[in-house]
Design a protein around this ligand. Structure first.
Ligand code: MN3
Length: 196
């Protein structure tokens, strides 16, 4: 079964002005789609045909197969990214709010730590909020890598800090993009559901 580009769960202009229509059209329709096409072209030759996306990520990373790591990783990363965004969707609630308070003190402290990771990722990559053991933790990964490849079973949210994610809307101002994303684009209810 070939991997497929998922439909965006909202219209291309649904996240404006924080993430513009043109950014979403190119990012989803061109960048993400290219990762899916490349992954499908590589997966049989890598001996990973028929495996789940999670398995392909983990096994490709173990085998240090750069093509698989980049393309399977980016497919996995973008699937998550689209699913945890919604414009002005409120604040963390319930179990997620409790866990944030317990592990970070306040939501602002979490945002501060997450922003620092996202801004300091040198070059392309991602910053993440994950569950590591029994604690919420912020981490970052380069290029197409993701927390799953590093042994993390539960990833709650992640921000794409490749330039293609923000350059049309924010030019070189990555910190402004990350701040706007944290303040306006995180779908906290969807993030909370990922706690399981
Ligand atoms: Mn991207």
């Amino acid at each position: 079964m070939a991997f497929e580009l998922p439909a965006l769960p909202y219209a291309h202009d649904a996240l404006e002005p924080y993430m513009g229509r043109e950014t979403l059209e190119l990012h989803h329709g061109k960048h993400h789609n290219t990762y899916v096409v490349n992954l499908n072209n590589l997966v049989e030759g890598a001996g990973l045909g028929g495996k789940s996306l999670d398995e392909v990520c983990v096994e490709g990373f173990k085998a240090a197969n750069a093509g698989i790591v980049n393309n399977a990783g980016q497919h996995w990363n973008h699937n998550l990214f689209w699913s945890i965004m919604k414009k002005d969707a409120g604040a963390p609630a319930g179990e997620l709010a409790k866990r944030i308070e317990h592990d970070f003190g306040t939501l602002d402290k979490l945002k501060e730590e997450f922003k620092a990771a996202a801004v300091s990722q040198f070059g392309s990559g991602w910053a993440w909020l994950v569950v590591d053991g029994d604690k919420l933790k912020v981490m970052k990964t380069p290029n197409g890598e993701n927390p799953l490849m590093h042994g993390i079973q539960t990833t709650l949210m992640g921000i794409d800090v490749w330039e293609h994610a923000y350059y049309l809307d924010y030019r070189n101002r990555r910190p402004d993009y990350v701040q706007a994303w944290l303040d306006h684009l995180v779908h906290w209810e969807a993030v909370g559901k990922r706690l399981g």
